[in-house]
Design a protein around this ligand. Structure first.
Ligand code: ADP
Length: 161
């Protein structure tokens, strides 16, 4: 059974993430979307919320699971018996950081391969950060995130909260 881990902050999950998950699900028998605790990034959504939003979005994909992790990704991947880490590449701007991360992870555990997936071109400009910015300013985010994520953003960013 071939398992891949797709790690990230998912603060919150966007259609770009979903696109990568769907592509990975075609290549692997089991895909674990692993939400990073990442307190240092001061996420808008709590870990529980981020996990719940991902879980709902992938419910229709039978061999995709949602989990959370803290600490070293390669150790988590080994514990999940994963042979690969999946990351998304949007543009050249992602490349340098992702390249560094992939080589570092290989140094830490050379048995785990990093695989890069490119999303549909319409999602290449999409990031959780931009979605949060648009939502904060009252813009329409429905083209960029699933409906339940849109609703969660609305609730989270309600004036007075
Ligand atoms: P991180 O904090 O690890 O960057 P993100 O949730 O922002 O977490 O992203 C997780 C992974 O998904 C990263 O590999 C990132 O490049 C990728 N990703 C994010 N948005 C998109 C998108 N619109 N299309 C393709 N990949 C994406």
């Amino acid at each position: 059974m071939r398992t891949a881990i797709y790690p990230g902050s998912f603060d919150p999950l966007t259609n770009g993430h979903l696109d990568v998950i769907q592509r990975a699900a075609k290549l692997f028998d089991r895909v674990v979307v692993a939400v990073a605790v990442n307190e240092s990034k001061q996420p808008l959504f709590t870990l529980r919320e981020r996990v719940a939003l991902v879980k709902k979005a992938v419910a229709y994909l039978p061999h995709v699971e949602t989990d959370s992790f803290d600490g070293l990704l390669v150790e988590y991947a080994a514990a999940q018996k994963a042979g690969a880490i999946v990351r998304g590449l949007r543009a050249v701007s992602d490349f340098e950081f992702e390249f560094q991360l992939a080589l570092m992870n290989r140094k830490l555990d050379e048995k785990i391969e990093t695989i890069f997936m490119m999303p549909k071109d319409t999602y290449t400009f999409l990031s959780s950060r931009i979605v949060k910015e648009i939502a904060r300013l009252g813009g329409e985010v429905s083209p960029f995130v699933p409906a339940h994520v849109q609703a969660a953003l609305k609730r989270k960013l309600k004036p007075g909260k």
